[in-house]
Ligand binder design. Structure first.
Ligand code: UT7
Length: 335
């Protein structure tokens, strides 16, 4: 009987734009303090893209590194999945732009709109395509430019200090070695009842006209969040998603070598670890120097940990995310 193919990450890369913005820099633009940001979020600095640079540009840089890491030729990629909440344009999505910039016209490009959970949602889609034999080499990119649309007034300062720009990318292929490494499972969840708890409400085609002076006046084009409620759900839902994934593959928390939670807020990551009863040394945390990069946060953290030699071949790596939608998700990889 033909054994089902297992999907493996064969290449990974990330890219952060060069401009570093510290909490002290933000103190000059926002009514905030380094002390508040560190205490409430763990963040020390983040990267901002410069004018004219979009999430597709950051995504292409991360993609090139992932392609190199996989040791494949760019022309071998047969499908693109791109996750972002900050596309270069209202439409089209960034998947097609990344394809064009990589010189890959003609292959399919799918955009995933699942915000902080976008990378795991994309991973899940890619896994199904590889397992079914539909595609052989998928490029999954997660990229964000959020720094250009932050409300720096007191009304928006809770969010404005959190976000950073960046991109991460992976190449997914069937595991030709059949050694049990790769994606063991992905679990996806959503509850749209909470959509308005964390969203960018406008512009909306429901408004006629969509763009009006009122839009600018009301400032509803800025991302808004009910931070405390999001926090509360994040620390509940991520552990639930992790347990659901572990149960499915017959592993326990003791089998986990590394946990990579979406880097939303370091306090959230630590609380998730506490709820899972996983030692903090096993939790990968890089929010200190990248901030919250939404869909890109997990692949950036994963790549850093791999390149530092912290994640080794055969390790069990658990990913989990929570964000706007609400959406939440988990994945288990044997690296
Ligand atoms: O990635 C997607 C998912 N996102 C998340 O998971 C984020 C979840 N939420 C959070 O991380 C936290 O709610 C925040 C970091 C956003 C906010 O922290 P908080 O401890 O929930 O603060 P808060 O919004 O309840 O505000 C506490 C106080 C308020 O002042 P008063 O009313 O107590 O006088 C705020 O006005 O802190 C004030 N505040 C700030 N002060 C200085 C809010 N933002 C700031 C700021 N600097 N940037």
């Amino acid at each position: 009987m033909k054994k089902e193919r297992q999907t493996i990450i064969t290449g990974i890369g990330h890219y952060l734009p060069p401009q570093v913005v510290t909490n002290f820099d933000l103190e000059k633009r926002i009514n905030t303090s380094d002390e508040w940001i560190r205490q409430r979020t763990g963040i020390i600095e983040r990267h901002y893209a410069s004018e004219g640079i979009g999430s597709s540009d950051l995504g292409v840089e991360a993609a090139k590194l992932a392609i190199k890491d996989a040791g494949i030729d760019v022309a071998e990629i047969d499908f693109i999945i791109a996750a972002t909440l900050s596309p270069d344009h209202y439409f089209p999505g960034i998947g097609v732009l990344i394809g064009a910039k990589l010189g890959l016209p003609g292959i399919g490009a799918l955009d995933v709109r699942n915000q902080c959970s976008g990378f795991i949602y994309g991973l899940s889609v890619a896994d199904q395509y590889i397992r079914s034999g539909t595609y052989q080499k998928i490029l999954l990119v997660a990229a964000e430019v959020q720094s250009s649309n932050l409300d720096t007034s007191d009304e928006g300062r809770d969010m404005a200090v959190l976000f950073g720009d960046g991109a991460g990318a992976v190449i997914l292929e069937p595991n030709s070695e059949n050694d049990g490494r790769g994606i063991l499972t992905t679990k996806l969840f959503a509850d749209g009842h909470y959509a308005s708890e964390l969203w960018m409400e406008k512009p909306s085609p429901k408004d006629r006209p969509t763009f009006s002076p009122l839009l600018l006046e009301e400032k509803r084009f800025f991302p808004r969040m009910n931070g405390r409620n999001v926090f509360k759900h994040a620390v509940e839902k991520m552990p639930q998603a992790v347990f659901a994934a572990l149960d499915e593959v017959g592993l326990t928390i003791d089998d986990v070598d590394h946990l990579i939670p979406h880097q939303a807020n370091d306090r959230i990551s630590l609380m998730v670890a506490q709820k899972l009863k996983i030692p903090v040394e096993k939790v990968i945390r890089n929010i200190q120097h990248v901030g919250n990069t939404t869909a890109a946060s997990i692949p950036i953290a994963l790549d850093e940990a791999v390149k530092e030699g912290r994640i080794k071949k055969g390790d069990i790596v658990v990913l989990t995310a929570f964000g706007s939608g609400f959406t939440w998700a988990s994945a288990i990889l044997r690296w």
